[in-house]
Design a protein around this ligand. Structure first.
Ligand code: DOR
Ligand code: ZN
Length: 350
């Protein structure tokens, strides 16, 4: 079965600054192995991508090392001004960390939200990490400035209900959900292990997870929030939050299709068409993914392309395997082998 090249709008590449976890070459190898032909990178690197200097340095690394196509998000700081807003044509979108998470980017007080909400161009996505009550505040700002926002990784019943309410009233909001919030809950923590299970937003209750499934029509896109950390870090005293997700997302969704919880169209719309429309990405010519939807396999502990080389889904039986990926006319992945060299990937923002 042939699918269009998937696009993941939420990937933590870790370069610059933390290449022991991942870099542009390994993140994009994991992407291709997972059936993604384009990724949109998050800005909470070291240093974070908040200035033209770091943006240019990061794009230069991507240009040399990426194996699939890409664009980079800018991160908003408390001193957001016209200079930062002028970077919009060169980035995937602006990411605002309104809730606390990994890295230094946190806009704790609403008084510093006005700048980015006011200045960021309406045509370029403004992505918010806003959990629970903070999401209500972010929706208020979207209304106040009458501008669209995209809500990253919706995780809880209270959040999907806020978004449903906002959408029903015609407010300009879209959202994404991760595979881990759709397939895992707090009940999985003992099996995964406390440190490894750390993630932001943290796993919800089984009720939260079911509320996401019940409000599927409110969910615009699926995004992995691929957030690689090493097992040494995850099993240490201060486990950082996040899971690798690029290589397990499609098999999990194809398994849900097989079980009748999703249609194939639900998946393709949320992992390709809607992502491309929201971020206004160009079509990738001669690009597709061949999957064997009936191929059954057990998710292994290791042997992944991501440098982090672990998964919270180890031991799960899934149906659906990526066999072959063609990107811009070239075979870039076949049966476990990534064939695209570093540098094959192109920028999606000109
Ligand atoms: O679990 C997470 N990890 N959530 C985030 O918001 C950040 C990410 C990371 O960068 O590790
Ligand atoms: Zn993230």
């Amino acid at each position: 079965m042939r699918l269009p090249g998937l696009i993941d709008p939420h990937v933590h590449v870790r370069e610059p600054g933390a290449t022991h976890k991942e870099d542009w070459a390994t993140a994009t190898a994991a992407a291709l192995a997972g059936g993604f032909t384009a990724i949109l990178a998050m800005p909470n690197t070291q240093p974070p991508v908040t200035t033209v200097e770091v943006l240019e340095k990061t794009l230069a690394l991507a240009r040399q090392k990426a194996r699939c196509d890409y664009a980079q998000h800018l991160g908003g700081t408390g001193r957001f001004g016209a200079r930062e807003a002028a970077l919009a044509p060169r980035v995937a979108g602006l990411k605002l960390y309104l809730s606390r998470t990994f890295g230094p980017l946190w806009l704790a007080r609403t008084e510093v939200w006005h700048g980015p909400f006011h200045l960021w161009p309406r045509e370029t996505p403004l992505v918010v990490h806003a959990e629970r009550v903070t999401l209500a505040a972010a929706l208020f700002f979207a209304r106040l400035y009458d501008r669209p926002i995209h809500v990253a990784h919706v995780a809880y019943r209270e959040e999907i209900l806020l978004i449903r309410g906002a959408k029903e009233r015609g407010w300009p909001v879209t959202c994404e959900v991760t595979p881990h919030h759709l397939f895992l809950s707090q009940e999985d923590v003992p099996r995964i292990g406390e440190g490894r299970a750390e993630v932001r937003p943290s796993l919800g209750t089984a009720q939260d997870r079911e509320a996401l499934w019940q409000n599927l029509e409110v969910i615009d896109v699926f995004a992995t929030d691929h957030a690689p950390h090493t097992l040494t870090e995850k099993d240490g005293l201060q486990p950082p939050p996040g899971y690798p997700g690029l290589e397990t997302a499609l098999p999990l969704f194809l398994t849900a299709v097989r079980e009748g919880r999703l249609s194939m169209e639900d998946v393709v719309r949320r992992m390709h068409h809607r992502v491309r429309a929201l971020w206004r990405l160009p079509q990738q010519p001669e690009t597709w993914v061949e999957v064997a939807p009936e191929a059954s396999w057990e998710i292994p502990e290791q042997g992944w392309h991501t440098r982090a080389n672990w998964t919270p889904f180890a031991g799960w039986r899934v149906y659906g395997r990526v066999r072959r990926v063609v990107l811009r006319g070239k075979e870039v992945y076949r049966d476990g082998q990534v064939l695209a060299p570093p540098g094959y990937g192109r920028s999606l923002r000109g």
